[in-house]
Design a protein around this ligand. Structure first.
Ligand SMILES: *[C@@H]1O[C@H](CO)[C@@H](O)[C@H](O)[C@H]1NC(C)=O
Ligand SMILES: *[C@@H]1O[C@H](CO)[C@@H](O)[C@H](O)[C@H]1NC(C)=O
Ligand SMILES: *[C@@H]1O[C@H](CO)[C@@H](O)[C@H](O)[C@H]1NC(C)=O
Ligand SMILES: *[C@@H]1O[C@H](CO)[C@@H](O)[C@H](O)[C@H]1NC(C)=O
Length: 389
């Protein structure tokens, strides 16, 4: 039995080998036939297409689109309009200030956009480190995703770790040390503006600190800026040691004493003025060299420069409420115990009158400072009732 089985196995093998042999003899012949046929077809096709190209002169029309569709992914960056209007995906670029400011100074000269542009507010946070009031801002921004962008300039040694679902996640820009009252502070503000200018949709630029809060809901603030004829930069002529007293004659002829202005650091400017600030090389050296403490350059540089260049575009008042009534070099900071409904009704809203588009108005402030981290909890409790968000 075993022997038979072996023989059968061998027989099987023998048949298999035989079949293989006959296959290997048949295959080359078939391959050859196929190959020759292919050769003829190819030859015929290339002759026909050569004639077609010559006859119809369609070289450009046929060959180029084919080449383009193969190569396109490499060139997409610059070949489509969307690549020019898309905001940078990564805020942590490697440009230094000269490179960044130059890049930010690009400006379209055709006024009408050939696409649907939804103007956005750029919220620019100038901070030392953390944003203790972030949960309040998160609530404020919710539901308005297509109408704002956020930029944060903090101390370069600070590493933010906002979770991916936070509106502040990866919104940090490359930063440098900013010292209070020094030009480095204005340079940080210009850096924020330049980064925000890279997004073509940003139309209004609001400077805020970590102690600022919004006093109205997003729609009220958006419409207030949208409908305003002026930018909200504090800019006034003040007598005395804290105003004209800080002027240095070395600033002439670029800046005369009568042109000298003072205003709060916290501003709102439109795109045109943001660009003017970033491209300035005329006033910057004068203020850098001749406005040093006790001249606080962040209170004079932009208010003076903009009042000289574009007085007709300025509301000459700030949107950020602050309380100087306690006196001293710094305004009052409010904590947990201060935050009540009364506080916002009485202290901020009832007392204010101002001009909005040359008409008297009682809505003068959209933001307020300074609020301590301990104020967060009561602020969240009051937000829907008092601020409307
Ligand atoms: C930025 O880099 C360029 C090229 O290296 C250099 O010429 C320029 O001085 C730098 N600017 C600043 C502000 O560091
Ligand atoms: C500034 O004042 C000087 C002399 O007082 C005058 O010559 C110059 O025109 C003034 N400049 C401006 C811009 O007003
Ligand atoms: C702001 O002040 C400038 C002078 O610095 C003036 O020309 C301008 O009309 C003022 N703006 C408003 C809205 O009053
Ligand atoms: C925002 O606040 C205004 C006035 O307080 C209110 O009329 C409006 O309904 C609020 N909008 C939203 C979206 O909550």
């Amino acid at each position: 039995m075993q022997l038979r089985a072996v023989a059968m196995e061998e027989g099987k093998d023998a048949i298999a080998i035989k079949a293989n042999q006959s296959n290997s003899r048949v295959l080359p012949l078939r391959v050859l036939q196929f190959f020759v046929l292919f050769l003829f077809v190819s030859l015929g096709f290339s002759v026909v297409s050569m004639y077609a190209v010559k006859y119809f002169n369609v070289q450009g029309r046929i060959l180029v689109p084919v080449a383009e569709s193969n190569i396109r992914p490499c060139f997409e960056e610059s070949s489509r309009l969307s690549s020019w209007i898309r905001p940078p995906s990564n805020l942590l670029h490697t440009m230094n200030d000269s490179e960044l400011f130059w890049r930010a100074s690009f400006m379209p000269r055709i006024k009408n956009y050939p696409f649907k542009r939804k103007p956005k507010i750029a919220f620019m946070f100038l901070t030392k480190g953390p944003l203790p009031l972030a949960p309040l801002w998160e609530r404020f921004f919710k539901g308005n995703e297509d109408k704002y962008s956020i930029y944060i300039h903090s101390h370069p040694s600070y590493h933010a770790d906002f979770p991916p679902k936070s509106v502040f996640h990866q919104r940090q820009i490359p930063s440098q040390v900013a010292e209070w009252g020094m030009m480095s502070m204005c340079d940080a503000e210009r850096r924020l503006l330049a980064n925000a200018l890279l997004d073509m949709s940003n139309e209004w630029f609001v400077l805020l600190s970590e102690s600022c809060i919004p006093l109205q809901n997003f729609s009220v603030i958006y419409l207030y800026l949208l409908r305003s004829r002026y930018s909200f930069v504090g800019s006034f002529d003040e007598d005395g040691p804290y105003g004209r007293g800080r002027y240095d004659e070395n600033m002439a002829p670029e800046v005369n004493l009568t042109q000298w202005r003072k205003g709060a650091q916290w501003f709102e400017v439109n795109r045109k003025l943001a660009l003017d600030i970033v491209v300035d090389t005329k006033y910057h050296p004068k203020f850098r060299d001749f406005c040093r403490p006790a001249c606080y350059v962040d209170e004079h540089y932009f208010p003076t420069m903009l009042a000289i260049q574009s007085p007709h575009l300025l509301a000459n008042r700030t949107l950020t409420w602050v309380d100087w009534s306690r006196g001293g070099a710094h305004p009052a900071t409010f904590g947990k115990a201060d935050i009540t409904e009364e506080f916002f009704k009485k202290k901020i809203n009832e007392r204010s009158t101002c001009f909005y588009n040359n008409q008297p108005s009682s809505l003068c402030f959209l933001f307020a400072r300074k609020f301590a981290p301990s104020a967060l909890e009561p602020l969240l409790d009051l937000a829907s009732k008092v601020f409307g968000f």
